[in-house]
Design a protein around this ligand. Structure first.
Ligand code: NOJ
Length: 565
């Protein structure tokens, strides 16, 4: 598959230049909530194709599609029943090929999500394992054990799943299987050669269809040491994450990625991959190095408060780590697992306890367990989000954006319990509100059925206030969030010439200023007092323009302040 309009990529930069992904702006699509072409309430693949012009106009280099595979939707599609097909409700493989062609034709790369830790319980392998019974070869592909206690009626261990509730489930013949996530997501046994071979086949299947890269779901959880006796939950929780933990971030997982890297490198250009690995920062380079997946998400910014000191520390540390790994850094403020950043920044800041080890272990669910009112200050949240996003888009490395953040969308808190979908909500009896609030279908139009998403309804209900965030509404306003993102993404082509950043001291704890290799400067004022504007031409401002200053809670990009550094 060739790209016909590579304006922002390696082909345009010449063969000796950095690969396309090193400083790409990657837009995450949650397919069931993006655009619904057939009016059944679920977004679909032709819906993505129909919005290819929107994505091109936005100016992103790539899209990453969350799972669109056949699934019973026990976990928003992260319970995959067939890794090499499209959910019939979302389209066909032909639709997928047409989407890839439409995106490539506009110079936009395509990254798909691979979910290797677990399958759906509807996957043919798991169904076979259930039917074949204890001791069968089919059960070897998963993690089955006898129970403990009288007659094996207790689980093999008292472990808790990431989504709450027990991590072991009993099947009809009395054996138990392990699931890190929902009951419908049995963990695979990565010691099994068939499991390894099948995922290589899947990577080739999508690579052969022209997919440019892969996002690897919970890349740090695949391998396990389940030597008996199994540790108790308390013992497990006390163990360090040092590469030998029985369940998380084990050193032996990297054998898998070394093999995958050989597969990626069979292609021209080599396929890329980004690890979703919620691990200690010091261990991120293991996933990000070129012999492994090549890049890894860094979720530190996403977990930081809107605070100059925190942002500076995160950026400094992660640039060092990225350099150590031979990769480029990644930056994320929102995704389908967390409360949208416009909302996070409008809520009282979280204490360190709420962002501790459990948060990292769970990988997402560390935010709010209740509704958002009355504490939410929508305007302040959005103002800070605009400033933080413009800070992020000016950093060296890849920017991962989540659908709807370019509209400044807030979290939708008012989803009735009966319409919630996230398994966390059910598995914690509502104690964790779950992630549905950031997955509500996008508003494309202020008026019209489901705000232009599709026909009459949408699989998660849209609130009335979505109208003011709609794409067509924002296109009418030059100072809208959408126009700000478009301008920033256009300017990134000029900004991302090198991967360095140099801090310039500001004399204030609440103002950050840095310089990029093209000589541009970026100033973010995290405080409320205006900061004197440095010399040069302001090419972008996240807030209202005020002569001579960077207003509170805003970011400006300044061209021509200095010679190249
Ligand atoms: C991480 C994904 O981002 C999340 O949405 C999913 O629930 C879990 N992995 C399990 O696949």
């Amino acid at each position: 598959m060739t790209l016909t309009a590579q304006t922002r990529t390696d082909a345009a930069a010449g063969p000796d230049q950095a690969p396309w992904w090193r400083q790409a702006a990657v837009y995450q699509i949650y397919p069931r909530s993006f655009a619904d072409s057939n009016g059944d309430g679920l977004g679909d693949i032709p819906g993505v194709t129909s919005r290819a012009d929107y994505l091109a106009e936005l100016g992103v280099d790539a899209v990453w599609l969350s799972p669109f595979y056949p699934s019973e939707l026990a976990d928003g599609g992260y319970d995959v029943a067939d890794y090499r097909d499209v959910d019939p409700r979302l389209g066909t493989l032909d639709d997928f090929d047409a989407m890839v062609a439409a995106l490539h034709g506009r110079g936009i790369r395509v990254v798909v999500d691979i979910v290797p830790n677990h399958t759906s319980d509807q996957h043919a392998w798991f169904q076979e394992a259930l039917a074949a019974g204890r001791g069968s070869a089919a059960r070897e592909r998963y993690i089955f054990r006898e129970g403990s206690g009288p007659g094996g009626s207790e689980p093999p261990a008292d472990w808790e799943s990431v989504f709450g509730g027990p991590a072991w489930e009993r099947v009809a013949d009395g054996q138990w299987y392990f699931h890190n996530f929902a009951t419908e997501q049995p963990d695979l046994n990565w010691d099994h050669p068939e499991v390894r071979a099948d995922f290589v086949r899947t990577l080739r299947f999508w690579s052969d269809r022209g997919v440019d890269g892969f996002r690897i779901d919970v890349a740090h959880m695949l391998t396990k040491d389940l030597t008996e006796p199994l540790p108790s939950r308390a013992e497990l929780d006390a163990l360090p994450f040092d590469g030998k933990h029985p369940l998380i971030d084990r050193d032996d997982v990297h054998e898998i990625y070394a093999e995958w890297r050989r597969v990626f490198n069979e292609y021209d250009p080599p396929r890329t991959a980004v690890a979703e690995a919620w691990v200690d920062a010091s261990r991120i380079p293991l996933y990000a190095r070129p012999e492994s997946l090549g890049q890894a998400f860094n979720f530190d910014l996403l977990q930081a408060d809107f605070d100059a000191g925190e942002f500076r520390r995160v950026v400094t540390d992660n640039l060092v780590l990225a350099a150590a790994s031979g990769s480029s850094s990644t930056w994320v403020l929102s995704n389908h697992d967390v409360v949208r950043h416009a909302t996070r920044y409008g809520l009282p800041a979280l204490g360190p306890d709420e962002r501790g080890r459990d948060a990292v272990k769970q990988g997402s669910l560390w935010l709010h367990s209740g509704g958002l009112e009355p504490q939410l200050d929508r305007e302040a949240g959005l103002r800070r989000a605009r400033a933080a996003s413009m800070f992020l888009l000016a950093l060296p490395g890849s920017a991962y954006l989540y659908q709807g953040e370019e509209l400044g969308l807030h979290e939708v808190a008012e989803i009735p319990a009966a319409e919630r979908q996230d398994p966390t909500f059910y598995r914690t009896a509502g104690e964790e509100i779950g992630r549905d609030g950031c997955r509500v279908p996008l508003p494309w139009t202020a008026e019209g059925r489901s705000h232009g998403f599709g026909a009459d309804g949408s699989h998660l209900p849209q609130p009335g206030w979505f109208a003011q965030y709609a794409v067509d509404e924002q296109e009418r306003h030059p100072d809208s969030v959408l126009e700000l993102y478009r301008a920033a993404l256009r300017l990134r082509a000029e900004l991302q010439t090198g991967e360095r950043l140099e801090w310039v001291e500001t004399g204030r704890d609440d103002v950050l200023r840095f310089r990029r290799p093209n000589g541009w400067e970026v100033v973010t004022n995290f405080g409320t007092e205006p900061f004197a504007l440095p010399a040069g031409e302001v090419v972008l401002a996240s807030g209202a323009a005020v002569a001579g200053v960077v207003p509170g809670e805003s970011t400006v990009w300044i061209r021509g302040a200095h010679a190249r550094v």
